[in-house]
Design a protein around this ligand. Structure first.
Ligand SMILES: *Cc1c(COP(=O)(O)O)cnc(C)c1O
Length: 210
């Protein structure tokens, strides 16, 4: 399994304007470094603690890297997340917006965010309900946060196309440019439905041992 080849193969299936985010959860530093050496610059992690162990050393050597948080964030970890990440993609509550705003003021470090939308309205899933996204956007902006777009994970066992279309429509309605959707199994379909940012783990690094 050659990570550089995987990156090139996926990149070739994306429009030049789309961002390829390498999801490096459960991937060790040596394999992440293969991706870095191949020129990959945007990465994402799911857990603050795991990222804190792996990334400060890598970022010191690859300062151009951008690291996104794509896992659920608890308000009490907002300050650590703001220090470590370059964007938070999982803002889904007013409480978290307040915590992030406070953390940015305290640390003097300002980073943008995406709203995570529970696009399938699944009871067990994180994310703001589509009908509540406009209110959360207004609240986040009132707190001084720079909201760049929306992120979603469609329901696991349904065809994702209608959910991709719904997120794209919502981003348009709210006037937000970034539409982060599509993972290893469905990124080409996501691109067809308006994604401009895909998050690929397995397709680049192989299956994760969880
Ligand atoms: C793990 C994860 C991904 C990557 O999933 P793959 O199927 O391995 O590409 C993308 N987005 C989120 C939010 C994830 O948690």
């Amino acid at each position: 399994m050659n990570i550089a080849d995987n990156i090139a193969a996926c990149r070739a299936k994306l429009p030049a304007s789309a961002t390829l985010v390498a999801v490096s959860k459960k991937v060790d530093g040596a394999r992440i470094e293969e991706a870095l050496r191949a020129g990959q610059t945007v990465f994402a992690e799911n857990y603050v603690q795991e990222a804190a162990q792996k990334w400060p050393a890598l970022k010191a050597r690859y300062p151009q890297v951008k690291l996104h948080l794509i896992g659920h964030l608890q308000s009490n970890k907002a300050e650590a997340a703001v220090q470590l990440f370059d964007r938070i993609d999982t803002l889904d509550s007013e409480k978290l917006a307040q915590a992030l705003s406070k953390a940015m003021k305290k640390t003097g470090r300002t980073i943008p965010v995406l709203l995570e939308v529970n696009i399938g309205c699944e009871p067990q899933k994180a994310g703001v309900r589509p009908e509540d996204a406009a209110a959360l956007l207004a609240h986040a902006r009132a707190q001084g946060l720079a909201v760049e777009g929306l992120m979603c994970i469609p329901p696991a066992d349904l065809s994702p196309a209608p959910f991709f279309r719904a997120l794209k429509d919502l981003a348009g309605l709210l006037g937000l440019p970034v539409c982060s959707m599509g993972m290893s199994a469905d990124y080409e379909e996501a691109i067809r439905h308006g994604s401009n940012e895909v998050r690929l783990g397995t397709a680049l690094f192989g299956a994760r041992s969880e």
